[in-house]
Design a protein around this ligand. Structure first.
Ligand SMILES: [Zn+2]
Length: 359
């Protein structure tokens, strides 16, 4: 079974802060209100990196165990987890509980005089029946952005790679009981295909849910639309795009459907360096080794496989750093094509410190 090789950086520094911010509650881990402060909240600890002239920061909103990897990646070969346990655990997987460890995070890009946020997490105060672990979060995420030097008024562009609750939440915040855009000067870029697919007026067009979990998620999307999308539409800040959208000469959005109909990736090419922010095209490094492994949340698993292979092929040939939405540990990696057919190998990890570790 294929293994990742290459240097492992950035993941071992924060062991002292491990567990400091988590408490177990009803079998689920929840964020403590001041968890991670000082470990991922400051510019230094966030371990900035650059893609050419573009500066990249990471602001982690939440990190913890979710479902078992058997539930999350039902088609994944069992031995890929076991054979790679020495580096998948603990950042990405807990072999004792079998659970997937995932982060919810925002990537901050600064370049060309612009501040761009890629995905905006879950947000505070949300009614999220589809995700009990992330229901009614109350984190200091905006303080973490501030620690990275980003005030809400600084943000020029918000990119939602797709419309799922964990990618659009901080689009808005509660202001006097009203959901209000968090970033008053930003244009919010949303894929039209997701806007159409998830719009409550089109609910009758969605395929029927296959499981109770799906039913809860499908119902939950109405709430997501109401509290995270409609307010930025009402304020005139929403911009829908399709196929491809160029933010500037170095930054380009491209459709990569499958996880959702409008799922997209953001390419950054600057001064012979390349990075790609892939949202939920990848949930686990196992999908780098085995791109055919689908996530149970992929609405169209076959289409997601095609998109994943296409984007990873290009990322490998460009020696791009790949920034997924939910990786724990170093958060991002560069990849190369593997000797085995159809897979990739991790060439190196990004220099971001791991979020506090979950045990
Ligand atoms: Zn997600």
């Amino acid at each position: 079974m294929q293994r990742a090789v290459g240097p492992r950086r950035g993941g071992e520094d924060n062991v002292a802060s491990v567990d400091a911010g988590y408490r177990e509650s009803g079998g689920m881990w929840e964020t403590h209100l001041d968890h991670e402060r000082g470990s991922v909240g400051t510019g230094e600890a966030m371990g900035q990196m650059r893609i050419g002239a573009v500066e990249v920061d990471r602001a982690v909103e939440w990190y913890g165990p979710l479902r078992t990897v058997g539930d999350m990646f039902p088609g994944s070969p069992e031995d890929v987890w076991r054979d790679n346990a020495d580096w998948l655990s603990p950042d990405f997987w807990n072999p004792v509980t079998g659970r997937y460890n995932g982060a919810v995070q925002t990537w901050v890009l600064r370049g060309g005089g612009r501040t761009i946020l890629v995905d905006t997490g879950v947000g505070n105060d949300r009614d999220r029946p589809q995700a009990p672990a992330l229901d009614h979060l109350a984190t200091d995420f905006l303080d973490r952005l501030a620690a990275a030097g980003v005030r809400p008024s600084d943000v020029d562009v918000v990119v939602n790679t797709h419309i799922h609750y964990d990618h659009v939440g901080w689009n808005t915040h509660l202001d006097g009981g009203t959901w209000t855009p968090t970033f008053p000067n930003a244009t919010y870029l949303v894929p039209r295909a997701d806007y159409d697919y998830f719009h409550p007026a089109n609910a009758h067009r969605m395929r029927p849910p296959r499981t109770d979990d799906e039913r809860a998620r499908f119902e939950g999307i109405r709430l997501v639309f109401a509290d995270s999308i409609e307010p930025v539409e009402r304020s005139g800040q929403l911009r829908l795009w399709e196929n491809e959208h160029r933010v500037d000469e170095t930054i380009r959005l491209e459709a990569a459907p499958g996880h959702t109909p409008g799922s997209s990736v953001l390419w950054v090419e600057s001064a012979h360096s390349c990075g790609v922010f892939v949202g939920d095209l990848l949930h686990s490094p196992v999908q780098i080794l085995h791109p055919e492994v689908a996530c149970t949340f992929d609405l169209d698993a076959d289409q997601a496989r095609v998109s994943r292979r296409r984007v990873l092929d290009r990322a490998a040939s460009m020696r791009a750093t790949v920034f997924p939405g939910h990786f724990g540990g170093a958060g991002a990696a560069s990849i190369v094509a593997a000797a085995l057919p159809d897979g990739f190998t991790i060439a190196g990890w990004a220099p971001f410190p791991a979020p506090p570790r979950v045990r």
